[in-house]
Write a protein that binds this ligand. Structure first.
Ligand code: FMN
Length: 161
């Protein structure tokens, strides 16, 4: 018998990840934020990342419409923000932290994120209940600090000197 969704979730809970705020725009052009950890680096030449988003969600619709999204790596102290942008209703999620700017493309970048990336979708793949967006990174910025970590269904920091 194949493993259950609960076993699958438990298994992946043993694999700590960073946490990012994905920034997109609504149909009306308002900033929109969603917490995501299913992002990773894919290629160096060209610079490519992947993001996997639930296909029924608003973020997915925003990305399909605009062909762009921002990745903002969150800091150790951003657990509350991460929870808000995973749970709040759609309208509230338009209140992405006011402390943000935009890349030349219009993609929203949090001023205080550890890393911000401006991503342009080059491919999208249906994968079960998600869509995997393969995207080129057109611009990025890196700042110093400690990342927020997601592990066994909760938030943690890293122990590193
Ligand atoms: C730590 C964390 C990581 C998450 N990662 C993802 C993810 O990678 N992809 C995804 O589709 N949802 C992810 N979620 C759930 C979304 O934040 C949540 O389902 C959200 O409501 C979807 O928003 P939308 O309907 O506005 O697109 C994550 C939630 C948490 C708390």
């Amino acid at each position: 018998m194949s493993p259950s969704a609960a076993e699958f979730r438990r298994a992946w809970g043993k694999f700590p990840t960073g946490v990012s705020l994905i920034t997109t725009r609504t149909q009306e052009g308002a900033p929109y934020g969603t917490t995501a950890n299913a992002v990773s680096s894919v290629s160096l030449d060209p610079l490519i990342v992947h993001l996997s988003m639930a296909k029924t969600g608003m973020t997915c619709a925003n990305i399909i419409r605009d062909g762009r999204f921002g990745i903002n790596f969150l800091r150790e102290e951003d657990a509350e923000l991460a929870l808000f942008f995973a749970k709040a209703s759609g309208e509230d999620r338009e209140k992405v932290p006011s402390d943000h700017t935009t890349f030349a493309s219009g993609t929203i970048a949090l001023n205080d994120a550890l890393v911000t990336m401006d991503c342009k979708v080059v491919q999208q793949v249906r994968a079960g209940d998600h869509i995997v967006f393969i995207a080129e990174v057109n611009d990025l910025e890196v700042r110093e600090g400690r990342p927020l970590v997601f592990y066994e269904g909760g938030f943690a920091g890293v122990a590193k000197d």
